[in-house]
Design a binder for this molecule. Structure first.
Ligand SMILES: NC(=O)c1ccc[n+]([C@@H]2O[C@H](COP(=O)([O-])OP(=O)(O)OC[C@H]3O[C@@H](n4cnc5c(N)ncnc54)[C@H](OP(=O)(O)O)[C@@H]3O)[C@@H](O)[C@H]2O)c1
Length: 178
């Protein structure tokens, strides 16, 4: 099992544009073999509360993940879990360690994807991030949600293990070295 930060990212390092816009992600090229393999290996997802609420407000919630191709559980971290029913595939968890542990158990031999800048940074700081996969889109957003780079984020050394260009997209997979 690997913990994988998995995102479509702008050339200037944002995973969402200003006001969390995501209209820039599509229309740049076909999915590469690297992208398909990454998605097929992911058997559980850990995401933050902002991802969850935005996915419901602006998209299809869990049904929108990987274009509807994802069928596994999603563990959403939040200090304020909703009182009512949520999608049965979603489990709210109040701490990241517990969410990662539950996702790891659910994924078994598969991988756990980590969504969003906040969780990517926290996983890096905890030293639990194994891989970073980005689908690099040729756009400069100029603002939004950064994948990485808040004050205090530790330096993370990476080794590029795969690179797959397809039309305008460049898919990159890195292994965390230390
Ligand atoms: N481009 C892509 O491929 C891609 C993929 C995924 C997401 N995104 C984008 O990324 C953005 C969301 O990422 P984000 O970093 O802004 O926010 P996020 O991680 O989705 O949500 C942050 C929230 O999660 C909760 N949280 C975070 N760490 C926690 C912890 N250790 N324990 C308990 N709760 C915790 C807190 O919610 P509470 O306030 O409820 O405690 C926090 O305010 C969205 O715009 C989304 O569309 C892009």
């Amino acid at each position: 099992m690997a913990v994988v930060s998995h995102h479509t990212m702008s050339l200037d390092g944002f995973v969402a544009g200003p006001d969390d816009t995501m209209d820039w992600v599509s229309g740049h090229g076909r999915a590469t073999d690297l992208a398909e393999r990454t998605r097929s290996r992911i058997d559980a997802i850990v995401a933050g509360r902002r991802w969850h609420d935005l996915a419901l407000d602006r998209g299809n919630g869990v049904d929108g993940i990987y274009g509807g191709a994802f069928e596994g559980p999603v563990f959403v971290v939040s200090h304020r879990p909703p009182p009512g029913d949520v999608d049965p595939r979603v489990t709210f968890v109040t701490g990241l360690d517990d969410a990662l542990a539950a996702a790891g158990r659910a994924a078994g031999e598969g991988d756990v994807a980590v969504f969003g800048g906040s969780l990517t940074r926290q996983c890096a700081a905890k030293g639990v991030l194994d891989e970073v996969v980005v689908h690099l889109v040729p756009v400069l957003l100029g603002g939004g949600v950064r994948l990485y780079g808040e004050d205090g984020d530790p330096t993370v050394r990476l080794e590029r293990v795969e690179c797959a260009p397809a039309e305008q997209i460049t898919d990159l997979r890195f292994r965390v070295v230390c």
